[in-house]
Design a protein. Sequence first.
Length: 123
Amino acid sequence: MNLECYECVLCNQQTEESIEHLFIGCPFAVQAWHSINLDVNSDLLPLQNLELLRIQINESFFMEVIILLCWAIWMCRNNFIFRQIPPSTQNCKFIFKTEFNLLLCRARTKYFPKIQEWLDNLL
């Protein structure tokens, strides 16, 4: 797709939007991760960040957390582009929590208490 501009809309760094930038290197993404008590390091490779996040989360459902926060960042980006809703880390965290609560509807009964406890500690 040819666009007029490929710069990240979530930051003012005039950086081309790439997967690494959008989900790891963008200051908005760094703040979003921090809002759920996780840290990423833009100096690391993506797989190294994945391992860093896995260690920080330290739960069997770590991948669900990572995927849902990436989804929340993506939704903030798209809400800004298509709906002119200014991105905020509070809104990103709200999207994350909403999606995580929907995930709880599908969680196996034996995992539910641990997931709910993790989410409650986030509040």
